[in-house]
Design a protein around this ligand. Sequence first.
Ligand SMILES: [Mg+2]
Length: 707
Amino acid sequence: MSQKALDEDVNSQQQPAAKSSDASDDGSCLNERVRALEAELERLEREHQRHLQLEKHLESLVKEMHQQRGELLVRNQELTRSRETLDHITRAYQVQASCNHALLQAGSESALLTEVCRLIVEQGRFRLAWVGLVADDDACSIQPAAFFGKEALFLTSHSMSYADNPHGQGPSGRAVRERRPVVCQDIASSPIFSRLRADALAEGLLSCISLPLIVDERCLGVLGIYSDERRVFDVEEVELLVELARQLAFGLEALRARTERSEALEQIRRLAYFDPLTELPNRRMFLERLEQAIAQSERESQQLALLFLDLDRFKDVNDTLGHEGGDALLAAVGRRLRGCVRQADTVARLGGDEFVVILHPAHGSAQVETVAKKIIASFDEPFSLAGNDIHTGTSIGIARYPADGTCIESLLRHADAAMYQAKADGRRTYRFFSAEMNRRIQAKLTLEQHLREAWERGEMSLHYQPQMLLRSEEIVGVEALVRWNSPVLGEVSPERFIPLAEETGMIVPLSEWVLNTACRQMKVWHDAGYDHLRLSVNISARVFHRPSFIDCLDRVLAQTGLSPGRLMLEMTESTVMEKTDVAIMTLTDLKVRGVLLSLDDFGTGYSSLNHLRSFPIDQIKIDRSFLADFDCPFGQSAIIEAMIAMAHSLGICVVAEGVEEQAQVDFLLSRHCDEVQGFYWAHPLPATELLLHLRSRRRDAVGGMFH
Ligand SMILES: [Mg+2]
């Protein structure tokens, strides 16, 4: 009730009391009424106060609610942010785990980097990831090595650098140079993202991080990650991505070390199994492949053919073009041979100018023959080397499995034998191995075995054949000739065993023994009063060209005490014509020591007047073949005459060997030959018999051109 209403109520109740005759009753009633009204008023007042308090309380409640709502909103936002962060961290962990797996599985650097970029984009839900590797060049460039994300094109259209110049101020350049992660939370406004900004924004890329790949304080490159959201790289995620970059760098380094090691192993394998000159399999790999081919042929009842090739006159190429030219020819031959066979066949170089081909499987002799002909025909075209057209050919020996041999050793030996037969039959041809070849080989092997045993048992001896002045018949020298009297084979002719000794290398110790024994013997004769005698010793090409030959000679002369001026060394023309320059040096070395020099078998080799002048020789020995038919209508008398005249004009003494008849003696006398040697006067004799022969002649050998 309002105050106005209350007043009206009081007035309306006071008027009837004034009209009443009983004023005291009226007064008490009024008082009660006032008290009631006052009480009511008090109550109303209290009520009002309570309402005011309620209002105040309500206000504070509303305020509190507003405050709580605000707090709730903040918490909600924080929760959302945490959820996002958690999401980022989770995906970063996932990426890291997947990348670790990729690092373990990596086969190549390129595959590893591409896979890591793919994982970052697909699992990390980024738009683009790329890896650039630093180059040690003047421009300090960063070369893109891998990327994932179609937006990467803009990267490849710009060169990147880590140089400390305007070109290297981008996020990648800074990350590499400063060795720290560089984050651009908003590409649109980042001051360091200027050069590529427009291109990046056009691709929808809004933020990025560049992480240096560092190992042992070396920066290998940079990992760049782009997002299509702004401010996406929070602190926790950056930490995880830094760890990812660190692991990637270690993985990259480990992979490089692994690759380097496997490359080194591959290099070792290549060196062990391949010929570096021709890049063909070498002997070792050839033997392994032949072994495998034989095993397979045996299992599957197949045939195979082994072709043994040797270049014709390869030595001439080496002598003409030098070793570099020879090497170039071998490499070219290797390529040409590869072109003549099937992919599965093996072409290998065994060494020198020896090549082998394994045809496996081989389908009969006709097919093998076709390949052999193809190889020979492939040499028709000259090899063009350094502007020179080199013509060469090849001789091929063929052995077949199982017909000609069932093991590596027999196949190789038989193919080799067939190759020698091809060479002997005129080169540029091929020969299949045959039983006859085998018989010859067996005989040769047997002889070789006997020769080795003979050498060990001391079955060799020396005979000496007198050489005399033709006019006076005075003995002026002897030629030492080696003899082999085998208790098993009987007398073996030097024509049989000397070539074998040459081939097997036994000629080297044999020659030293001959030289030593003969010199020692000659010294004995000198001491016995025959000190005018000269000793001739044959020196083979193999011995003559040994670097240690002169040392050997010095040793023998020192040991035996023989005067060098009483020693004549006989070399064939072909010996001194081989490596002419070196030969002249050796001959000069010998001359300096006072040793006499003779050209043996003169007229059968490459006789050249010019060379005769170049060589410091003292004597020529006309080959016995000239004298054999000197008196035939078309005989050699004119040639003998010319040779004697030519030698005399150069001050060279001439010896005729193989003199057996009076007619030959008369002819040589008429042509003024100086000395002779032959059965007409004496056969080669053992040392004791020679001494008797010397005594029986009872002549003091005085004279001769070398006294
Ligand atoms: Mg001789």
